[in-house]
Design a protein around this ligand. Sequence first.
Ligand code: NAD
Ligand code: ZN
Ligand code: ZN
Length: 392
Amino acid sequence: MRALRWHGKQDIRYDTVADPIIEHPRDAIIKVSACAICGSDLHLFDGFMPGMKSGDIVGHEFMGEVVEVGKENHALRVGERVVIPFTIFCGECEQCKRGNFSVCERTNRNKDAAAKVFGHTTAGLFGYTQLTGGYPGGQAEYVRVPFADTTHVKVPDGLTDEQVLFLGDILPTGWQAAVQCDIEPTDTVAIWGAGPVGQMTIRSAILLGARQVIAIDRVPERLAMAQAGGAIPLNFDEESILDRLNELTAGKGPEKCVDAVGMESHATRSIDAVYDRVKQAVMLESDRPHVLREMIYVCRPGGTLSIPGVYGGLVDKIPFGASMNKGLTWRMGQTHVKRWTDDLLNRIVQGQIDPSFVITHTVGLEKGPEMYETFRDKKDGCIKVVLKPSFS
Ligand code: NAD
Ligand code: ZN
Ligand code: ZN
């Protein structure tokens, strides 16, 4: 089959590889009909996430048709259409029973390596480093889905791939980011990053009843999309984010702040951006926490920071004293995808949410390598890329 593989920094190739096979009786093999490039894939592309091996198949946002089912998998049948959550979960361990699927204790087959780095294991993820199991990803014609009897969302008839594909990642991610804010009707929610995750967070925060939602980015078409979704856009290249956020909240600061940027944040107006870039370049720091610093500083005392943005290792110069003395609550994590998908699928069926608005590019899988660059560099108005193995 053909698949997109990581061969090093900024080196994704469309390769021919062996077809996946059933390795465990709970597995299923999925023929991919659509997959997407996620902002998290950019951290791999840019070489910031440790633990990738040359030849790893990438991609963790995908869906398709079941073509083969393992003997003990009684939940799926050949021919069914499914979206696959990017967090692989067993459904039986203590964490899964609590709904903490992204920290499932059983699905990471490289548990010991993960525990060495993080203190404990986290769930297995598709196409996302050896630390999360080294599982081949979904930017491919076929995928082996481990724990497939639990790790799937069945798609009801009548919905297009575009309507449901993002149930596997960015829709529940934006939703979880907003839910973690415990939004009250008087709240201002400020969201850093108007990429695909930020866009889903904006719409979720509005659905959950926020008084005011503010979106921060510097890419005009992303800010325009944020505004169309009901947010007040702020451009961090053109205005001081801290001043503007204080202005829009009568000097109080937003009650809820969301980091939908993560480890590769840019900051053209501030000195700490230079500091982070230098430290990251000489490997003294793995992540650039500029957005975290801004959120801690501007958040209203007693407020909440919600962090869907991905961090991989160490951050430096975090004003922890400010956070402690202001009594801020931190919520974060890889998304517990399956915790939210029943509700979100219902909302899609009822027409309350249609996440397909975010798609700007739909192309064949073979164009994947160039689309990584287009997406990263925001060329050609790119906000979200969908890849289809059989696109003609
Ligand atoms: P993206 O790269 O398209 O979006 C990031 C956006 O942040 C860009 O539009 C960029 O211009 C903007 N940005 C950069 N610096 C900024 C700053 N200082 N202030 C405000 N905006 C800034 O990616 P995405 O797909 O939207 O993903 C966003 C983040 O969410 C990534 O870190 C990704 O890894 C993470 N993510 C996490 C989960 C999870 O389970 N927690 C799931 C999906 C994605
Ligand atoms: Zn993702
Ligand atoms: Zn589990």
